[in-house]
Design a protein around this ligand. Structure first.
Ligand SMILES: NC(=O)c1ccc[n+]([C@@H]2O[C@H](COP(=O)([O-])OP(=O)(O)OC[C@H]3O[C@@H](n4cnc5c(N)ncnc54)[C@H](OP(=O)(O)O)[C@@H]3O)[C@@H](O)[C@H]2O)c1
Length: 327
């Protein structure tokens, strides 16, 4: 079968190729999915660039990507939650990475039926970003009337996080650039801050939660806008100590500056690393079918144009998700 693989670590255009590989075989708890659509995420690009070699070592070449929607064509002997012919979506577990291929084997507990009102492309755009939005906001303890700042509301994660925070009844601030303000507002954000013309730090005060999707100086700035006792949940900043331990990083300490900010604000800081979860995807499926969450797709590429898709993602300007069609 054909697969998009990283053949070496380095520049995207030189390091990705379409290769012929063998069709995966399944274990007893797996389903085999005929891939109809896959989506790519910043982590896929970081893998190719070699930025994650120490945290996620991979044999090369490796088939890329984690997000998939398609049809179950085979199931393992212990799988009783899916049947051949089911239309499904998934963020596949790390060890089964490789959705940019004609088939992918996936542990059934990482799979859900796909939302019935979505195309394969729309469904494939959701899993990794949707699970990140749900798991990060749930970790934060989000509840009705909380004030939440979600950075990068036009991104893959941000566009779904805004909608999930609204489902939870929160008041949502989000940041984006001028071109994206109107469609991000339509996702339900209460106050869309145009970072080109406005300073979010003078608008957001006493937030209960900051969802940091940007890292760098945005992580420390979050402590300027949260209330005393608030929480900063980050998916792009520095690791917290517990998460560092989970990744096997020895003797890790939070940067001193961050420790001081946490103490001053009597706050909490957590780096959330999303995990595959079929039950969470099923929760998202129900919200999508109730039209409380909708996917945002920037562009759909053909399989042959996958390298262009990676280059577009690498621009950092994607409006929602970048999807690859395999049907
Ligand atoms: N820890 C985890 O488990 C996890 C999971 C998923 C993602 N992540 C990480 O989270 C980050 C976001 O992921 P993503 O998939 O949402 O990325 P993405 O879709 O590629 O984000 C692109 C968006 O970011 C916006 N953006 C860029 N700079 C901005 C700024 N200064 N202020 C506001 N918006 C800005 C852009 O909007 P404009 O063009 O308007 O600037 C664009 O729409 C990435 O670093 C990714 O690696 C981590």
């Amino acid at each position: 079968m054909r697969a998009i693989q990283t053949i070496k670590y380095g520049e995207l255009k030189d390091s990705i190729a379409i290769n012929e590989v063998s069709k995966p075989s399944i274990l007893s708890e797996d389903v085999l999915i005929e891939v109809k659509a896959a989506a790519i995420n910043p982590i896929d690009k970081s893998i190719v660039l070699g930025n994650l070699q120490s945290l996620l070592p991979l044999p090369l070449p490796s088939t890329l990507a984690y997000d998939v929607s398609g049809v179950v064509v085979e199931k393992g002997t212990s799988v009783n939650t899916f049947e051949v012919g089911d239309l499904v979506y998934s963020r596949v577990p790390q060890e089964q990475m490789g959705t940019l291929a004609e088939y992918v084997a996936v542990k059934s507990n990482a799979v859900s039926k796909k939302p019935g009102n979505l195309s394969f492309e729309e469904a494939a755009s959701i899993p990794l970003a949707g699970l990140t939005a749900l798991q990060t906001l749930e970790y934060s303890g989000i509840k009705e009337n909380d004030k939440v700042l979600i950075h990068a509301g036009s991104g893959g994660v941000g566009s779904l996080a805004i909608q999930y925070a609204k489902v939870k009844g929160a008041y949502v601030y989000t940041t984006t650039s001028t071109d994206n303000v109107s469609w991000v507002k339509e996702l339900g954000a209460d106050r869309v801050i145009d970072y080109k013309t406005e300073d979010y730090k003078s608008i957001v005060k006493d937030a209960d939660i900051v969802f940091d999707t940007l890292g760098q100086h945005y992580t420390s700035e979050a402590f300027e806008v949260i209330k005393l006792g608030g929480i900063v949940v980050s998916i792009a900043g520095v690791l917290d100590e517990e998460t560092a331990k989970m990744f096997g990083v020895p003797d890790y300490n939070l940067p001193e500056e961050l420790t001081k900010l946490i103490r001053t604000k009597e706050a909490r800081y957590k780096y959330v690393f999303m995990h595959p979860n079929g039950a969470h995807l099923n929760e998202i499926k129900l919200l999508v079918e109730d039209e409380r969450i909708k996917p945002i797709i920037d562009k759909i590429y053909s399989f042959a144009d996958s390298i262009d898709a990676f280059m577009h993602l690498d621009s950092g300007r994607a409006k929602g998700k970048v999807v690859i069609n395999l049907s």
